[in-house]
Design a protein around this ligand. Structure first.
Ligand code: PLP
Length: 405
């Protein structure tokens, strides 16, 4: 292997200061890999989704799992400013982190809560999906002690057989919760098992189950049953609010109409090394790819520890100079190799490479990466790791996330 001559590294960029916003090009000059989060696209997606579901339906931003890997620290307040009415997360720590970021809108914890979570939930004004009388009693006690009201939602397991209570249990539980001092039973929810399947028979079955509870508890004012696919496909399941995760980021479930969304996420890297290989030279662990001819290959400093799946070895592609280049050999923990033979210009160390996103006329979507890795786009996004720097940007300028309180 002989190294191709490299371009000298650029001088270190000036220390970023809040008074001098940096362009993306400036901010990424000395980054090996990074995630770009386009806040303009996110704001436009919120507007497009609100138009699609209609003005009377609230958007509930589902920002569990670090806002699907994009970085909740930089997305929460812009989502609030863009007009989402509520937030949903899965756990109490996620809810408290949102409050620490300065989120003031209502936050629902969809997942399991313990009675021991009650005091913190009440103090931070968190709505708990209450699955038991024990949690309701703890919330009531905390609400009375703190002189506040604890808002609860009841999640109905209408057929996913995940969290929640059955329809019959909900009908029995709701009046008991209502009778506890300091408790407001504000909402009820359910979640579809086959939201993006062309066959809607199971969704109709789940709807009928949910409607049984709706009919029995007409005094509960707020209902939510739809994720992205359901919200965009089934107007009858929009109720008062829709819980949107994937679509906020401009990625759509299968079989779902596009209301004109734009991709929010890009994953990019700078080539770490460009090498010439002789015919027959092997690449990466196991030497599963051998150069079929004298080749030029480039090292991309992103690996499976960054969420870039090992399954993409010898299968995936990335963009260099706006053109698709195949991944050759296995994806390693921190790097993989691409074949850049035959690009119009030999690439150089430091050149930008796009793993998800657009470059020149080319584009690689999260859907495509998911299909090649034999998984779903939710999994590709949620696998992004904290070690990758995030650059939240608006109008081409980097917006630093707020420091937590
Ligand atoms: C994750 C989640 C959502 C969001 O689903 P998307 O398909 O990403 O819009 C909605 N509701 C519940 C209960 C969830 O767990």
């Amino acid at each position: 292997m002989t190294d191709v001559p490299v371009r000298p590294l650029p001088p270190p960029s000036a220390a970023p200061s809040p008074s001098t916003p940096q362009t993306l090009a400036e901010a990424t000059r000395c980054l090996n890999s990074w995630i770009e989060v386009d806040l303009d696209a996110m704001r436009d997606n919120v507007a497009a989704l609100q138009r699609a579901v209609g003005p009377g339906v609230e958007l509930i931003a589902v920002v569990k799992a670090n806002a699907y890997g994009l970085g909740v620290e930089g997305l929460a307040l812009p989502l609030e400013a863009a007009g989402v009415a509520r937030f949903a997360v899965v756990s109490m720590p996620e809810a408290l982190a949102l409050r620490a970021l300065g989120v003031t809108r209502p936050i629902v914890v969809l997942g399991h809560c313990f009675p021991a979570d009650a005091a913190a939930a009440v103090a931070a004004g968190i709505t708990v999906a209450c699955h038991s009388l024990a949690v309701g009693e703890a919330l009531s006690e905390a609400a009375v002690a703190q002189g506040r009201t604890a808002q609860v939602h009841i999640h109905i397991d209408s057929g996913l057989h995940r969290e929640g209570v059955t329809a019959d249990e909900a009908v029995a539980l709701a009046p008991k919760l209502r009778g506890l001092p300091g408790i407001e039973v504000h909402g009820m929810s359910t979640h579809m098992a086959n939201a993006d399947e062309p066959d809607d028979s199971y969704s109709l079955h789940q709807r009928a189950e949910f409607e049984r509870v709706v009919a029995a508890l007409p005094w509960v004012p707020y209902r939510h049953a739809a994720n992205s696919a359901t919200a965009l496909r089934r107007p009858e399941l929009r109720y008062e609010g829709v819980r949107l995760g994937l679509s906020l980021h401009g990625v759509l479930p299968e079989n779902t109409p596009d209301p004109g969304l734009r991709p929010v996420l890009s994953l990019k890297a700078r080539l770490a090394r460009v090498s010439a290989l002789a015919e027959g030279d092997g690449v990466s662990y196991g030497l599963t790819w051998r150069a079929p001819r004298p080749s030029l290959v480039a090292l991309v400093p992103v690996g499976y520890a960054d969420g870039w799946r090992r399954a993409l070895g010898n299968r995936g592609e990335v963009l260099v100079q706006g053109r698709r280049c195949p991944i050759v050999g296995r994806v390693m923990m921190d790097q993989f190799v691409v074949d850049v033979t035959g690009l119009p210009e030999p690439p150089r160390e430091g050149d930008e490479c796009v793993l998800i996103g657009g470059q020149g006329g080319g584009r690689i979507t999260a859907d495509e990466v998911a299909a090649k890795a034999e998984t779903i786009p939710w999994d590709i996004l949620a696998s992004l790791q904290p070690r990758t720097p995030r650059l939240f940007h608006r109008g081409g300028l980097v917006v630093p996330p707020p420091a937590p309180e």
